[in-house]
Design a protein around this ligand. Structure first.
Ligand SMILES: *Cc1c(COP(=O)(O)O)cnc(C)c1O
Length: 362
């Protein structure tokens, strides 16, 4: 099966094989693996040792987003969330549930945030301390570019955290070059092509404060303090040890491929093949070419389109795509990330063409 979903993504056999054993998290053979992962990520994220640290959290990406909001923003404090897709709405929802104020800034889900947008947001909401931005909006496929938003945030003396869960690993970002960024968030799956199960926050340590989170489970300051007390190879609570072991192997594969530039090149090639193939079949893309990121392609459903029937027919041909959409109007969402080669994407496009031809003939 070729998995073309924007998470969980397709993984390589050697990554899954790295998870095929029992592991004790406190074992002296495992602790160096966990500590090493943190160092490797810090380097990939352009973190400065002593100034930044990798603070992992078990569970889904949203657990990490909630932990970050709680750990960075005082209870009752305010943030701005530019809302141009469903993942931004989720930041707003979990922030509000955590007792922080959210100023949602509605934008069309067909374009990224501009510098003017960021200036207007903070002018309208001077009480906000942080911009909470989704980098790759997995809802539609647009990119909110931190290189555009970051300098404005910095100029205003404000702070920023980035939900880069479907972006980091493929799209470049350096913490050292973004002193306004307090946290960069991503997971073990998505663009790193590991198994799901761990979230990683690359945090600016000076932004953390004890007790602010109002939660022990979701306190990144406590994750940091635990490392200082028990070592960087130690983890609070029971971790998904197999996913962590697999992530170390996923980082080996990431390095062997050529790191972030190589991954971006492969995903971009996948996107080009898919997008040209889909247009040739008569599908209309949801986004203008200029707004299209390399992570997920969203297509308008033709009138009378049977999404589940299409997904089932494609699955019978060995290609699995999402059977739901998160845009305001009906769409088809197809991921270009994961351990998928351009050859496999050509094959997936051929299978889509076959399904459409079979249905047209029926
Ligand atoms: C996948 C994703 C998440 C995390 O999703 P979970 O299901 O909680 O792991 C968060 N933000 C974005 C933009 C994503 O694509």
């Amino acid at each position: 099966m070729i998995l073309l979903t924007p998470g969980p993504v397709q993984t390589r056999p050697e990554i899954r094989a790295a998870a095929a054993r029992d592991i004790a998290p406190w074992d002296n053979d495992f602790r160096p693996v966990y500590a090493r992962i943190r160092e490797r990520i810090l380097a990939i994220a352009g973190g400065v040792p002593g100034e930044h640290a990798v603070l992992p959290l078990q569970g889904a990406g949203h657990f990490l987003v909630e932990a970050t909001v709680r750990s960075l923003v005082d209870a009752g404090g305010a943030i701005i969330v530019p809302v141009n897709g469903v993942y931004a709405q989720r930041i707003a929802k979990l922030t509000r549930a955590a007792g922080r104020v959210v100023h949602e800034w509605a934008l069309p889900d067909t374009r990224g945030v501009t510098a003017e947008d960021v200036r207007a947001m903070f002018a309208a909401h001077p009480d906000a301390t942080h911009l909470g931005m989704v980098v790759s909006e997995t809802g539609s496929g647009i990119i909110n570019d931190p290189e555009v938003a970051g300098p404005v945030v910095r100029g205003l003396g404000k702070r920023m955290f980035l939900d880069a869960v479907s972006a980091f690993g493929a799209l470049p970002f350096s913490m050292a070059e973004h002193p306004e960024c307090d946290a960069l968030l991503f997971t073990s799956n998505k663009c790193f092509e590991g198994l799901p199960g761990m979230g990683f926050c690359v945090a600016r340590l000076a932004a953390l404060a004890p007790g602010r989170a109002g939660s022990w489970s979701f306190d990144l300051h406590d994750v940091w303090q635990h490392a200082l007390t028990h070592g960087w190879g130690s983890i609070r609570f029971t971790p998904p040890v197999q996913a962590i072991a697999a992530f170390d192997a996923a980082l080996d594969a990431f390095d062997a491929e050529g790191g972030q530039p190589a991954r971006l090149a492969r995903y971009s090639a996948n996107m080009r093949i898919l997008s040209e193939g889909a247009r040739a079949m008569g599908f209309a893309p949801y986004l203008d070419q200029a707004q299209q990121g390399p992570i997920i392609l969203t297509l308008h459903q033709p009138p009378g389109f049977d999404l589940q029937g299409f997904v089932d027919a494609l699955k019978a041909r060995g290609v699995l795509i999402s059977n739901f959409y998160t845009t305001p109007t009906p769409t088809i969402r197809i991921g270009c990330i994961g351990a998928v080669t351009p050859d496999e994407m050509h094959h997936a496009v051929a299978m889509m063409r076959d399904v459409m031809a079979t249905r047209a003939a029926a």
